[in-house]
Design a protein around this ligand. Sequence first.
Ligand code: ADP
Ligand code: NI
Length: 214
Amino acid sequence: MEKEIIIGNAIIYAKDFFNKDSSGHDYYHTIRVYETATKIAKKENADLFIVQLASLLHDVDDTKLVDSNSNNAYEFMKSQKLDEETISKVLYIIENQSFKKSIKSSIKLNSKEAMIVQDADRLDAIGALGIARAFAYGGSNKKQIYNPEIKIIKYETEKQYTNNNGTSINHFYEKLLKLKDLMNTDTAKKMAKHRHDFMEEFLAEFLAEWNGEK
Ligand code: ADP
Ligand code: NI
């Protein structure tokens, strides 16, 4: 099958898969990651097809959405008659891109394509979009917006990240403000700066209003 047709099929597959999710893992998150990753891949001269396919499939086996034995990405790629080499490159990207995995082991990603998808996913977690997603996730998981009595924690394990009972505002200090310095590519580093500054501004305003200073 032609690459453009497979990408088209992956877009349809993702749309169908994410149909009604409201936890911040929706179809438009996937499409934004796909578009951002495409932009970065062009600037960084990476393999566009691998980056695009991995972006479109990056959340279809997320354990927050499906059970841990799911093989959705693999099965989709098999249905498209892709060769084993392509399939394994894409699966490597999907399996190694998440923030929680990088908490304990500082995995060094083995391909430019993997770095780009990870950057694009992380860019979508910061800035105005990141703010909206953090509160959407928080609401959907019954977290408080903010509670000054709940202290910020430093993640040491994947488990702490998954089971954290912190507030959505804490999530900025526990994860989102760190992402800028975790970008892999120069293109993403530049894009992250503006989004990061915007989050800092939002947090300063939020806390000033909370404390009755504004
Ligand atoms: P990853 O897969 O990289 O570990 P997640 O899937 O956990 O990342 O995060 C998906 C989205 O939900 C991101 O926008 C993230 O900031 C948000 N999110 C994750 N955990 C929390 C939390 N405890 N509070 C608020 N938002 C969260
Ligand atoms: Ni994602």
